[in-house]
Design a protein around this ligand. Structure first.
Ligand SMILES: O=c1ccn([C@@H]2O[C@H](COP(=O)(O)OP(=O)(O)O)[C@@H](O)[C@H]2O)c(=O)[nH]1
Ligand SMILES: O=C(O)[C@@H](COP(=O)(O)O)O[C@H]1O[C@H](CO)[C@@H](O)[C@H](O)[C@H]1O
Length: 214
């Protein structure tokens, strides 16, 4: 039987990380749970420590890709479930639906797409499903990506480009009744929007590099 780890990068997610950990800790398919606090200064780490999970505490905020890379270093499972810590409405069946195609259908990566959650997040995911942070991937594929830490929010696009290039099999999975906090909800409009612009910059860098390498 293949082993499964959940890696959850978290930067100041005290409001939501408890619920995410309630779900993954009760999921029998998951053998290993790694929370990577990416320089959080709120209660994220204290909350995570209440669960039976490995907590990696990065001193500085290095970006999402770097946080996932730090989690991968400590991970020894065959399949990695990547989940954001700001999910609202995550249920065990979502986790199951993301993982089982890799175990039973010879799929290499699943990508979770929000559906019937909130219009604002459903529409964002419909327009750009490749940005989704909810995925299950074979660990050996993640290990092939060397510049994960440099790309920051470009990690999902990097992964999708890599998987397509190598001809690995992807399956989209619709996740019902789930949403997440938007950056503007977490940080306020001005800070949230500027964080969003920095995220788009990270993503565009990855896309333009991939286009110029073609
Ligand atoms: O520098 C960062 C930025 C984000 N994250 C985490 O990466 C996930 C996705 O980021 P974010 O919530 O900003 O994306 P959004 O939900 O807005 O799409 C969340 O668990 C964040 O806490 C992180 O570990 N380091
Ligand atoms: O869906 C999107 O447009 C962006 C931004 O989400 P919000 O507008 O803050 O809800 O979020 C996703 O993209 C990031 C980059 O790929 C991922 O890291 C996040 O996990 C994902 O939710």
């Amino acid at each position: 039987m293949m082993s499964v780890a959940a890696i959850i990068p978290a930067y100041n997610e005290e409001k939501t990380i408890g619920n995410v950990l309630n779900v993954v800790s009760n999921c029998s398919l998951i053998n290993e749970i790694i929370v990577v606090s990416d320089g959080s200064w709120d209660n994220t780490v204290n909350i995570a420590k209440n669960y039976n999970v490995k907590v990696i505490e990065l001193k500085d905020n290095i970006g999402k890709g770097g946080a996932i890379k730090a989690g991968l270093k400590e991970c020894s499972s065959d399949i990695v479930l990547l989940l954001d810590a700001d999910l609202i409405g995550l249920r065990e069946n979502h986790v199951y639906d993301l993982i089982t195609p890799i175990i039973h259908e010879n799929i290499d990566m699943t990508v979770g797409i929000f559906k019937n959650g909130r219009a604002i997040t459903d529409i964002a995911q419909k327009i750009a499903p490749d940005l989704s942070g909810q995925r299950a991937v074979r660990k050996l594929i993640l290990d092939e990506i060397k510049d994960m830490d440099i790309v920051r929010y470009g990690i999902e696009v990097t992964l999708t480009i890599h998987v397509n290039k190598k001809g690995y099999k992807i399956k989209d999975i619709y996740l019902d009744d789930i949403t997440h906090l938007t950056k503007e909800e977490k940080l306020g409009f001005i800070n949230g929007f500027s964080s969003r612009l920095r995220m788009y910059k990270d993503i565009l860098k990855v896309i333009s590099k991939s286009v110029s390498n073609k």
